[in-house]
Design a protein around this ligand. Structure first.
Ligand code: FAD
Length: 509
């Protein structure tokens, strides 16, 4: 139980589960409540990006997620009369153990996170909804009963229709899209079954993934928006089979629907919460920002929020934290994540226009420019300097927090990464063997990477791991936060500077 000093996580989607895991792994008492009675639900997200896999790795869940994923997706791009085959396995983004995105059902990611939480003794309390807030007490309702639940911090991971956001009165700025998404799980005749198919059609891009849930194929296609009472982002009414058939016919795909196992119309919006924090209540994931599905960013971004906030709440709730130091630690969540999320939102907006826009430019791009460029595409896909930069942005590997109060540089450290940048992966010598940096740092807590001649900082308390990199000359050091970003870069690394940074990260005066 979270109790007075604990963290109440509202919502057991990917954001809430990741946050609960991160907070629990960093010593917090965590309670997770979820309004739904049934925890397994139809997936929306299917694309998981490298930075998310990296961020989840210290929590010990990445292998289990990958075991349920298509790790080497093949995509047939239908561009006019041409079909170009892209193998994501051929993409090798540098500096990461996960060099390309993978395909995995959101429901599977949720299941893995839920199981990891259960193994830590944290159940998801189903059928339990947040309905009210009074100071640091939440009102929870379950099967007609009402409970007043005290908390130290509340993480509102309750999706785009967030009750936490509504109860705190945080404005929700943005607008709905003029296009809905049609989702369907289908049985199909006529398509190569071992790959995804993406068609640049006049009415919008059509996606068919061979990882459906209720049937082998998952269709995702845009359609003009229709008014509905179903909340944005949630599966709405079923889609008539004629509409699904018409979408495939318009795309010119040689595929015939033989069975529709499940379908839903989903309304979309583009919105950003004006603040990510209201006192002791924090907004995370879709509760803080709602996207179009273009680029597969929403779930990934929410998990990044969660991994950023989880350890901060845990340490801010721990004995010894307090005063201005704790405030700075808590404030850093919004300072770091809101600008990053705003950029992702802008990116998904542009991508969605290309994907689903019905204006003349978007149609022209899909029906004329894409087929014109098709012959050059195989060569482009093999050219790393053309593929890597945009893919690294989609993979969320370029996010940085250089301006954060938790990003500190001391002395004159050379080279990369700088404070506020993600720690790239790569081989190092440590303890007499060659290991990869991300293997070394794959445990919850802070990791202090000492250069060969750096002074030994002595005992640094629980949750701080020290590694000496024998092949890195110098007296400097790099301190890596629990979410994988570099907090401190110092040359030389001095005990006082290190202690000051650790105190700031723990929210201690
Ligand atoms: C068609 C489609 C395709 C997508 N594809 C991708 C993709 O490929 N990659 C990607 O990264 N993203 C994708 N997304 C976005 C992704 O699905 C969302 O960003 C993600 O689900 C957000 O997770 P969340 O945990 O923040 O919110 P949610 O998944 O909405 O979870 C919120 C949870 O809170 C619970 N809840 C709500 N209110 C309360 C309350 N009062 N009390 C208790 N519990 C409550 C809800 O029941 C729910 O379980 C897609 C979205 C759509 C619509």
């Amino acid at each position: 139980m979270a109790g007075d000093g604990g963290i109440l996580v509202v919502g057991a989607g990917t954001s809430g589960l990741a946050l609960a895991l991160q907070a629990d792994a960093h010593g917090a008492a965590v309670r997770v409540v979820e309004r739904r009675e049934r925890l397994r639900r139809p997936s929306r997200a299917l694309i998981l990006h490298p930075r998310t896999l990296e961020g989840l790795r210290p929590l010990g869940v990445t292998e289990a997620v990958l075991a349920r994923a298509d790790r080497s997706p093949v995509v047939d791009l239908h561009l006019g009369r041409r079909v170009v085959t892209a193998r994501l396995e051929d993409v090798r983004l540098p500096g990461t153990a996960f060099p390309h995105p993978v395909l995995v059902r959101q429901a599977d990611v949720e299941e893995v996170l839920r199981e990891a939480l259960a193994a830590r003794g944290v159940p998801v309390e189903r059928g339990t909804a947040l309905t009210g807030l009074a100071g640091r007490t939440a009102v929870l309702e379950r099967a007609g009963t009402r409970e007043r639940a005290p908390f130290r911090f509340l993480a509102g991971c309750d999706g785009p229709d967030s009750t936490a956001r509504a109860l705190t009165g945080v404005p929700w700025r943005g607008r709905p899209y003029r296009a809905d998404i049609l989702l369907a799980d289908l049985e199909l005749d006529g398509l190569a079954p071992d790959r995804a198919h993406v068609v640049a059609a006049a009415g919008g891009i059509v996606f068919l993934f061979a990882i459906g849930e209720a049937a082998p194929w998952r269709l995702l296609v845009s359609a003009p928006a229709r008014p509905s009472a179903v909340p944005f982002g949630q599966p709405g009414p079923p889609v008539p089979v004629e509409e699904l058939r018409a979408a495939l016919t318009a795309a010119g795909l040689p595929a015939r629907i033989t069975r529709v196992a499940w379908s839903a119309r989903v309304r979309l919006q583009r919105r950003l919460a004006e603040r990510f924090r209201a006192g002791d209540v924090f907004l995370v994931g879709d509760a803080a920002h709602a996207h179009s599905p273009a680029g597969g960013q929403g779930m990934n971004t929410g998990i990044q929020d969660a991994l950023n906030l989880g350890w901060k709440l845990a340490w801010a709730a721990a004995p010894g934290a307090g005063g201005a130091a704790r405030e700075r630690l808590l404030e850093s969540y919004e300072l770091e994540r809101r600008p990053a999320d705003r950029r992702v939102l802008a990116l998904t907006d542009v991508l969605f226009r290309g994907e689903a826009g019905t204006d003349a430019v978007s149609r022209l791009a899909r029906t004329r420019l894409a087929p014109l460029g098709a012959p050059a595409l195989p060569a482009v896909l093999r050219t790393r300097f053309l593929v890597d930069p945009p893919l690294a942005v989609l993979a969320q590997l370029r996010v940085h927090h250089r301006a954060s109060p938790l990003s500190v540089t001391r002395g004159r450290p050379r080279g990369r990464p700088r404070a506020g940048e993600r720690l790239p992966d790569g081989p190092v010598r440590c303890g007499g063997r060659t290991v990869r940096l991300h293997e070394l740092t794959a445990a919850p807590g802070v990791h202090v990477l000492l250069e060969r001649s750096a002074v030994d900082p002595g005992p640094l308390g629980p949750g701080v791991h020290v590694h000496r990199l024998e092949d890195r000359p110098g007296r400097g050091g790099t301190v890596v936060r629990p979410d994988g970003w570099v907090g401190l870069r110092a040359d030389p690394l001095e005990a006082a500077g290190l202690s000051a940074w650790l105190a700031a990260a723990r929210g201690r005066p």
